[in-house]
Design a protein around this ligand. Sequence first.
Ligand SMILES: *Cc1c(COP(=O)(O)O)cnc(C)c1O
Length: 375
Amino acid sequence: MSTDCRTRAWMEIDASSLRRNFGRIRNAVGPSPGITPMVKANAYGTGVAGAVRCLEGEAPKSYGVATVAEGRELRALGVERPILVIGPIPPGDVPGAVEARLIVGISDTGSLARLAEVAAGRSVSFHTEVNTGMGRGGLDWQDAKRWGPEVARMAGPTLRWEGCFTHFHSADLESDDSLHVQWQRFREVIEALPAPREDFLVHACNSAAALRASGYAGDAVRVGIFLFGGVCGEGLPDPEAVVAVRARVVLVRDARPGTTVGYGATHAAHGPERWATLAIGYGDGLPRALGNRGHALLRGKRVPIIGRISMDLTVVDITDVEDVAPGDIATFIGTDGEETVTLEEVASHASTINYEILTGFTPRIPRIWSEAEKP
Ligand SMILES: *Cc1c(COP(=O)(O)O)cnc(C)c1O
């Protein structure tokens, strides 16, 4: 691993932690269900090339993505495993999906007809999504008697119906019976479906559901956030941290009482303060909402972010930290000495969820993957 790209701000991704998180999903669901890592949105912001290099060693069943472009990128990286694009996909992306041999998530029979038309005799696979409450996609669970036979009629040896799935809307919540209600709806559909019996994959669980209700794992679980170190629900085990985000100190200065900092001058030095300017901003994906709220770690100590975060720079109050100098490394997510700022703490300070924090980091910060250890 080169350290050359650690000059300004960067993300570190710990491949061995990711692999151990994969192992914990494996332990939770048992040996039979396949594990389908979701690597959409640049593998939750961590960099899809590094993620795939790491995950290939775990022999995942397949990969899941949200867009056809993401599926094509996986093919360009040399991935030969099945790739499911969740969908619904826009009409203009259908040719690309066929060409890249993606398994298309189907939410209506019109899209299936379009897929057949574009494929024009070439082989293409699809999974039907069943809407059991998520509502953003899927064929309605209450109408399966209508669409089931219709899909079965359209499917065949080239338009291959290879699976059926649903998605839980509240698997992160502990005392919520919607998980069980949705599963029940899904089971009813699966039992009534005139689908192929051989090589037909039934899947439902995201990270939280895989850990909370492993009995619902079916033939595969689609896991994302837990692999990448995000806490995925109430009462569920914490994953190992995978991601750290750090930036260099570029300027250290004493601030006289009353000196202001940042756009809007929202912070003024109360007394004599000492400030450090860090080479990271919202243009890198550090949430602007952390201004006057969040923390960084410097020399193993917590330091408050003062003033608004700019596009390229962030200022922290280092009055209580000795010997800070340009070139020092500040940690915005991760551990420095005895102190840790968790991904969840950052999300909470920014009034959002860990998923949005991870996927918000922009291409400007390099992703540095530690080498995956050999099994
Ligand atoms: C993103 C996604 C997942 C993964 O969810 P996590 O909570 O990150 O594990 C699973 N299924 C579908 C349909 C998704 O869109």
